[in-house]
Design a protein around this ligand. Structure first.
Ligand SMILES: C[S@@+](CC[C@H](N)C(=O)[O-])C[C@H]1O[C@@H](n2cnc3c(N)ncnc32)[C@H](O)[C@@H]1O
Length: 258
């Protein structure tokens, strides 16, 4: 996670290096809604795909589930998480969410944020299929991802947004419309239970203060001001988000394995 070349690093790692902890499109607010909707109990076996810096893991673990496993493909993230978050029946594994080593039908709740968007559609489906495999029947899968709006957005505009995002965040991000996210989940055997939305204001000052708190927001501001390369990247990301703000949002979907 120690990014040295800010001109090439993926956007979320540049932000993380600047001290940003909340790295998902709908912010802390939508994350709290996601966790609340999962209604985690002390009997639940939970899996999180792509825990990243462990922000949501810390919130979910407050409900003391029976077990928690976080799977992230980034080795440094896993090392960091193992030090930061410990507990009985809590583990972090380096791995691919599309092919975990977890036992079939062993989890009550699975969730992942800001990770499906980063993958091509066929890979999104593989990850959703894996969530379905490890969930018990009736188990819940929650996602928090980047959305496109409205549902009938033209393919030409979608292509421009994807290209601009790829250039700005250095990830081939493929956000989808609400109808497309819903269809992907339904195609893999899920029934949609709930959808929640928020504005995509990841880099808007009011959201940054809300997500990070005033002190950390000031610290992030200082880090950005004193780092020319990172500042260039972040200004460009913010410009891109603003340019397309009318067509981008953040979406949480709670789906049930049927
Ligand atoms: C944008 S961050 C989101 C992290 C966290 N969920 C959050 O919202 O703050 C992306 C994370 O997803 C992880 N990731 C991406 N694809 C993955 C995959 N197929 N399996 C496991 N982790 C993955 C990356 O290593 C990184 O930690």
């Amino acid at each position: 996670m120690n990014t040295t070349d800010y001109s090439k690093a993926q956007g979320h790692w540049v932000l993380a290096q600047m001290g940003k902890k909340v790295l998902r499109p709908g912010g802390k607010e939508l994350t709290h809604q996601l966790v609340r909707s999962l209604e985690i109990t002390t009997k639940d076996h939970i899996a999180e795909f792509a825990p990243g810096l462990g922000f949501t893991a810390s919130i979910a673990l407050k409900s003391t589930p029976f077990s928690y496993v976080g799977i992230d493909s980034n080795e440094a993230a896993i090392r960091y998480l193992k030090q930061k978050i410990t507990g009985e029946n809590v583990e972090f594994l380096e791995g691919n969410a599309a092919a975990t080593s977890l036992i079939s039908a062993s989890k009550d709740k699975v969730y992942g944020e800001a990770m499906l968007t980063m993958h091509a559609d066929h890979r999104k489906s593989e990850i959703i299929k894996e969530a379905h495999r490890i969930l018990k029947k009736g188990g819940l899968y929650a996602i928090h991802e980047l959305g496109l709006t409205p549902d009938h957005l033209g393919e030409d505009i979608k292509a421009i947004i994807q290209k601009d995002l790829a250039l700005a965040i250095k990830v081939n991000a493929r956000p989808l419309t609400e109808a497309e996210w819903t269809t992907l989940l339904e195609n893999e055997g899920f029934k949609i239970r709930k959808i929640e939305r928020n504005a995509m204001h990841l880099l808007e000052p009011s959201r940054v203060i809300d997500d990070e708190g005033i002190l950390n927001a000031l610290k992030i501001g200082w880090n950005v001001l004193t780092n020319t390369e990172a500042r260039k990247r972040i200004i460009n990301m913010r410009k891109t988000f603003k340019k397309h703000q009318q067509h981008m949002n953040a979406i949480v979907i709670i789906a049930e394995k049927i």
